[in-house]
Ligand binder design. Structure first.
Ligand SMILES: N[C@@H](CCC(=O)N[C@@H](CS)C(=O)NCC(=O)O)C(=O)O
Length: 364
């Protein structure tokens, strides 16, 4: 191939950080391209989605959505595999990846935009990095970014006086669950990183370990998590010893329980709202009433994909997976909806363009 892979994104972005971490670990040569408004328009035309990151392959094809992008790269660069070969660990690495990156999104946006010092700091970074060429005064660009992010990604994503503590508790509890894990082994499923690590890396690296308020909390409350995100950022396949656990460790149960009481019931409520053609809905999450949150077509697809991963587990391992899911309260919500019906990737082309883009995709 003549030229290198291009990774388009931003050095402050949640999902870009996940992709950078993955490409670095796998030692896949690439050039990083910082986005600007023109490039964002170009990517929307090429991928169908105005989101980052995007990847341009040397043959001119464009990709979007980190989960199917990683799946594609794993086929091209199979070893060392970040998707475990063991069927049980493989399923749980998919579940943990999806849970972490989707469920920690709201707290990550909240900590970045709800607190004044964070909002001032990040709006400056975004404008300096992505909008330097936009012909308007910097103070105005920063104010517009703050208004957009706080409005769209915090207040219009259900964070209000009633849900504030619950949103923060998702972050705090996750730190408490991960801390003993990273004090006992380098990565979630053993000596080497898997999808589960890259899923948690999205919020933990670019948001929680670096944004002022969340980072103060992490350094004091969970230094093992702080060390892990730096370890993953510095990890390369050729220097990391091979070694995955032979079975799912019990210290992951509390995280699976969180998925079973919070994330998976939310995914069902979101998919139900999608099927009713709603654009917003009011889910009750772990007893807390959220109001007017957007319906996400992408997350209907997430539910569908998780069901497919469960169905793809070979017969002789199905009971092991079901037993763990049942014991942690995940099985029933995972299969409550027989056909989520996302229509997100109707031609099975992900991560390449061609899928229909619905309005609700805009959010993710
Ligand atoms: N499912 C996508 C999510 C990508 C995403 O939501 N990226 C955010 C930035 S981290 C974005 O581009 N948001 C659009 C915006 O803020 O306008 C993935 O895995 O890449």
């Amino acid at each position: 191939m003549a030229s290198k892979i291009k990774l388009y994104g931003s050095r402050i972005s949640y999902y870009t950080g996940k992709m950078e971490g993955y490409l670095q670990y796998k030692e896949i040569p690439h050039d990083f391209v910082v986005l600007n408004p023109n490039l964002i328009r170009m990517l929307k035309a090429k991928t169908g989605a105005a989101q980052m990151p995007a990847v341009e392959l040397p043959d001119g094809r464009f990709m979007t959505d980190t989960t199917p992008m990683i799946a594609w790269f794993e086929k091209e660069y199979p070893e060392p595999a970040v998707i475990p070969h063991d069927p049980v660990l493989r399923f749980f690495s998919h579940l943990l990846e999806d849970y972490a990156e989707e469920w920690l999104w709201r707290p990550a946006m909240h900590y970045r935009w709800s607190y004044k010092s964070d909002r001032l700091h990040l709006s400056r970074k975004i404008v300096d990095e992505l909008m330097a060429e936009v012909p308007a005064p910097d103070f105005l660009k920063r104010a517009l970014i703050r208004r957009r992010q706080l409005g769209e990604y915090v207040r219009r994503d259900g964070v209000d006086a009633n849900t504030w503590d619950h949103v923060e508790a998702i972050y705090l509890k996750t730190l408490d669950r991960l801390e003993p894990i990273f004090n006992s082994r380098p990565f979630i499923l053993g000596e080497q990183p898997t999808l589960a690590d890259f899923g948690f890396f999205a919020p933990m690296f670019r948001h929680f370990s670096q944004d002022p308020t969340a980072s103060d909390i992490m350094r004091l409350r969970a230094p093992g998590v702080f060390a892990w995100q730096a370890r993953l950022w510095n990890a390369t396949a050729s220097t990391t010893p091979n070694g995955q656990l032979s079975e799912l460790p019990a210290d992951l149960n509390p995280i699976l329980k969180d998925a079973g009481t919070g994330y998976l019931p939310y995914l069902n409520a979101n998919a139900n709202a999608w099927q009713q053609g709603l654009e917003r809905f009011d889910p009750v999450i772990q007893g807390v009433q959220y109001c007017n949150v957007p319906v996400s077509q992408y997350r209907v697809w997430c539910l569908e994909q998780l069901q497919e991963h469960a169905r793809a587990v070979p017969e002789e391992h199905k009971a092991a997976v079901k037993n763990i899911l049942d014991a942690q309260g995940c099985w029933a919500p995972l299969f409550e909806l027989k056909t989520p019906g996302s229509r997100y990737d109707e031609g099975s082309e992900a991560p390449f363009r061609g899928r229909k883009v619905h309005y609700q995709n805009r959010r993710r």
